[in-house]
Design a protein around this ligand. Structure first.
Ligand SMILES: CC(C)(COP(=O)(O)OP(=O)(O)OC[C@H]1O[C@@H](n2cnc3c(N)ncnc32)[C@H](O)[C@@H]1OP(=O)(O)O)[C@@H](O)C(=O)NCCC(=O)NCCS
Length: 185
């Protein structure tokens, strides 16, 4: 299947589609403890049927343009997901979300996937501002926007309720102008 975005020879992003459900569920199921610490939806993914339902919803959102869910493939294996969890069309801003299998961390996969995705969102989707929302204690996740030149705008105090407790959320943003003016461009 043709990728949605080809990042490089080994790495590509694929739009949600039914055939990916088994591999996505397997990745979530095998990485449950590691992912659930930061992603509240993991406990609600109990069977492949749940992932099939999520895939159908994602396909619907991908076609109506309200979200954009893609899956990261490395050498033909499902490595994680990267997407827009919410588009604000009026103000041309959107929020990006992501996860990787634990055994795929530390290789720059998310950094490279995000760089191509960001390029797509600014150039093809006409976005002006991208946001990443992270729990400040999630050091690995914080490092992703920082590495890509996002700026921290501060903390939304206790903005996330997860497992019965409230958590702070740090907001990172990247503007189209920041990206275009990056020194390495
Ligand atoms: C957040 C998450 C995707 C980060 O994964 P990651 O592997 O740290 O991120 P990257 O793929 O960008 O890799 C960066 C690492 O690869 C290294 N690297 C190797 N080649 C690289 C390259 N070409 N470019 C950038 N980094 C590279 C970096 O030095 C860094 O290593 P380090 O963490 O040991 O310093 C992952 O930890 C995760 O899925 N966590 C659980 C779910 C989660 O928290 N999601 C986000 C919720 S807000």
């Amino acid at each position: 299947m043709k990728p949605f975005i080809r990042v490089d020879e080994n790495l590509s992003l694929h739009l949600a589609r039914p055939e990916l459900a088994e591999a996505v569920f397997k990745a979530v199921n095998e990485n449950r403890d590691y992912l659930r610490k930061w992603l509240p939806w993991v406990d609600g993914t109990r069977s492949v049927e749940d992932t099939k339902t999520f895939m159908q919803e994602s396909m619907k959102h991908n076609s109506d343009g309200s979200r954009l869910t893609t899956f990261i493939m490395v050498n033909g294996q499902l490595a994680g997901s990267l997407g827009v969890v919410h588009f604000n069309r009026e103000h041309l801003r959107c929020e990006i979300g992501y996860w990787l299998r634990e055994d795929h961390q530390g290789q720059g996969i998310m950094a490279r996937a995000c760089a191509s995705f960001i390029e797509y969102l600014f150039k093809k989707k006409g976005m002006n501002r991208l946001e990443v929302l992270v729990m400040p204690t999630n050091e690995r996740s914080r490092a992703v926007p920082i590495r890509l030149g996002f700026l921290s705008e501060g903390i939304l105090r206790k903005a996330l309720k997860m497992y019965g407790s409230f958590h702070d959320v740090e907001v990172f943003s990247l503007l189209k102008d920041d990206w275009v003016l990056r020194p390495e461009k």
